[in-house]
Design a protein around this ligand. Structure first.
Ligand code: TXA
Ligand code: MG
Length: 314
């Protein structure tokens, strides 16, 4: 049985940061905002700490974690960068891109982080709270989204509390996240870039920066195991491409239309991405029996929104 904690939310600041770093040093996971979603961070070099992440999330141990670094030097001490990987990192880091790279033998990472793979997923985040926590604790931080496995990712501290109350000690609160969707995951290979999870950095952006074709989806060789399961799922049935609300439905709209809540009245796709998970959380908590979502254009980050919506509806 997992231990039970009293979970506190602390506004991000010097004091909260110090406390969070002490917890990390003691092998405890801490919830911390990034520009994409809130993460549940722990020392990636400490197997007990990494096991505590899996325990708190109820995450299957075959699903590997993303390791967050504070700078390029830390990244290079953990993984091997090909020329294409270099190009992608220098263009999109710090930011919402995770690179799947061959892990170094002397990385010092807990093997639990990679769940048995020979690659590691690395990200250099832009959010000051996550960067400060990595620096202050002096460790690379493994951090999946800070929610119970299989549920909607958290874009606010309250979402983390609702999902992980009693399972972790501390949540650093720095308001709603700006991107609203999880990072893009890409694996640079010899002659292509594999897009393992669509996100804020689009396929077109990857192609342009790497100078290589982007292949969407997992190959036979490499996979994002978390992508295989139904994911990002609210507890209620979800209907897509809805133009109006049927009986017992809560309609999440896009652009000018009658609905219960609107992702973006101005049909701004970036605003819709930032609002998506918070509105799914609200729809899930509403009195309606089912959730309906308006059609979202597939342009830019719209491709990532539609990926998450298909999973929510699956
Ligand atoms: O925006 C994000 O990426 C957030 C914030 C906290 O950084 N994190 C996040 O982590 O979304 P998580 O655990 O919810 O998703 C990580 C995904 C999983 O689908 C996992 O299978 C994949 O990354 N992954 C991790 N290591 C991998 C590897 N070596 N090869 C392929 N996929 C990997
Ligand atoms: Mg997740």
């Amino acid at each position: 049985p997992n231990p039970v904690f009293s979970t506190r939310i602390c506004r991000y600041g010097a004091e909260a940061l110090r406390e969070a770093a002490l917890l990390i040093r003691a092998g405890e996971p801490v919830a911390v905002p990034t520009e994409t979603v809130y993460g549940l961070a722990a020392d990636a070099t400490d197997s007990n700490a990494v096991a505590a992440i899996y325990g708190a999330k109820g995450r299957p141990s075959f699903n590997p974690l993303i390791v967050h670094v504070a700078d390029k030097d830390m990244a290079q001490s953990l993984a091997i960068f090909s020329p294409a990987a270099e190009k992608l990192a220098s263009r999109f880091w710090p930011g919402a891109l995770t690179l799947v790279l061959p892990v170094r033998e002397d990385s010092g990472l807990s093997p639990l982080v990679m769940a048995g793979l020979l690659t590691v997923a690395l990200r250099l985040p832009a959010h000051p709270a996550m960067r400060a926590l990595i620096r202050e604790s002096g460790r690379p931080l493994a951090a999946p989204s800070a929610n119970r496995s299989g549920s909607i990712s958290p874009t606010r501290a309250e979402h983390v509390l609702a999902s992980l109350n009693g399972k972790i000690r501390l949540i650093l609160d720095e308001g709603p996240t700006s991107e609203g969707l999880e990072s893009t995951i890409a694996a640079p290979e010899q002659d292509c870039v594999r897009l393992l999870r669509p996100g804020p950095v689009t396929a077109a952006m990857l192609e342009e920066a790497a100078g290589l074709p982007v292949i969407i989806g997992t190959g036979a060789k490499i996979e994002a195991p978390g992508q295989l399961e139904s994911h990002y799922a609210p507890s209620k049935p979800v209907r897509l491409n809805a133009l109006n609300a049927e009986k017992d439905e809560y309609l999440i709209g896009f652009g000018l239309m009658p609905c219960h809540m609107n992702l973006s009245v101005d049909a701004d796709i970036q605003e819709a991405a930032a609002n998506l998970f918070a509105m799914l959380h609200l729809a899930d908590a509403s009195a309606a029996k089912r959730i309906a979502v308006a059609p979202i254009p597939d342009e830019g980050i719209g491709a990532a929104i539609n990926d998450r919506l298909r999973r929510a509806a699956a």
